[in-house]
Design a protein around this ligand. Structure first.
Ligand SMILES: NC(=O)c1ccc[n+]([C@@H]2O[C@H](COP(=O)([O-])OP(=O)(O)OC[C@H]3O[C@@H](n4cnc5c(N)ncnc54)[C@H](OP(=O)(O)O)[C@@H]3O)[C@@H](O)[C@H]2O)c1
Length: 332
């Protein structure tokens, strides 16, 4: 497949809530949205008309076959991610797959392996990692401003819906706070402190069996600790903090969106006051990163390598094992 000089041609797989927000951001960034595919009759045509997209397909297969698409953005519920991503990869398309990348680590490894066999990019749409404030935070950490980092804590708590049929509660749609929301603070802990060495978890499962609240405590190299709280029925502060012996970083609400942060020395002096200036929601940064990776002839993200995505899914698997959460497609 050749990469057009003017940039990649994006295909949007599914026309639901996040597909709309992402497409809006692709438009904000002036990227080329070539096609959309949706299952519901008429949904692709409506979506295409709304965003001025040239091709509308009545199935994901037709989208995957579209010769005018270079990269497919997968925006279905998580249990569908692996099959949808593999469909696109098998038609020679790169894929950017919504978080969580898949339902579990085994599925994530399958997607990775198909992408590797075909020399294509498979990237998790963990858009937070690509936001400018996170890029700056990684620079501050690399400069050693915080000294030895001892703790990371964050919450991702939203009041979404108590409807048992809603995606957040329905187990057959991958429902639960951990996979939908907890992936953010857990991926953040991985980013700052690396792989967890030990994992402890607690959760409250709601009436459908999906986790409404989940908390995790990890230890990392050198004894550093990360904690997370995620909830789908109550909205908390949604802030994140990185604590080092010399200074700390406090990321303001909503920390996983484009936002501000401060670096404060152990003695109380503010060392940096970062103000975010991002157009739109900020989901375009991951898309621009994907385009840059492919333009450079590479097939993996340096900010979130596919092996790390698979390993993070393994961390989520272990948390789910501890809290007794299995999905219908995994039962047997
Ligand atoms: N990055 C973020 O900030 C963010 C925010 C919210 C959600 N997400 C992620 O994005 C994914 C989709 O979430 P969403 O909120 O966009 O969900 P949504 O609004 O319910 O949309 C899901 C879409 O997937 C398609 N789909 C395919 N198979 C389906 C099935 N068996 N049941 C229901 N729908 C099915 C639907 O139909 P059509 O094909 O007909 O359109 C629908 O448009 C999830 O993995 C979620 O974790 C990410």
């Amino acid at each position: 497949m050749t990469t057009p000089e003017k940039g990649l041609r994006w295909g949007i797989l599914a026309a639901g809530g996040i597909a709309s927000l992402f497409t809006k951001d692709l438009r904000t960034a002036g990227l080329d949205v070539a096609a959309v595919g949706a299952r519901r009759p008429g949904a692709a045509a409506e979506f295409a008309a709304r965003f001025g997209i040239p091709h509308a397909h009545e199935s994901y297969e037709a989208l995957a076959e579209d010769p005018d698409v270079d990269i497919v953005y997968v925006a279905t519920p998580h249990p569908q991610h692996a099959a949808n991503a593999i469909l696109a990869l098998e038609h020679g398309k790169h894929v950017l797959v919504e978080k969580p990348f898949t339902l579990n680590a085994a599925e994530a490894a399958r997607v990775r392996d198909v992408a590797r066999e075909r020399g294509l990019l498979a990237m998790e749409a963990m858009w937070t990692r690509y936001l400018p404030h996170m890029v700056r935070i990684r620079e501050i950490l690399a400069a050693g401003t915080l000294g030895d980092v001892r703790a990371v804590f964050a919450d991702h708590t939203q009041r979404i819906s108590s409807d048992p049929l809603h995606r957040i509660n329905a187990l057959e749609l991958g429902g639960g706070a951990l996979l939908d929301l907890g992936i953010y603070p857990i991926s953040f802990a991985w980013d700052v402190l690396g792989a967890p060495l030990t994992i402890a978890s607690a959760a409250h499962l709601g009436q459908t069996g999906a986790d409404n609240e989940v908390a995790t405590i990890f230890t990392h190299a050198g004894g550093a600790i990360s904690t997370s709280i995620s909830a789908s029925g109550s909205a908390g502060p949604n802030t994140a903090h990185i604590v080092g012996v010399d200074a700390r970083i406090d990321i303001d609400r909503v920390w996983y969106n484009a936002t501000s942060f401060r670096v404060t020395a152990a003695g109380g002096t503010v060392l940096e006051d970062y103000v975010s200036e991002v157009e739109g929601r900020g989901m375009q940064y991951q898309a621009i990163a994907a385009e840059g990776i492919i333009a450079a002839g590479r097939t993996d993200s340096d900010l979130l390598p596919i092996d790390e995505t698979v390993a993070i899914m393994g961390t989520l698997d272990e948390v789910r094992r501890q809290i007794g959460l299995r999905y219908p497609s995994e039962a047997n």
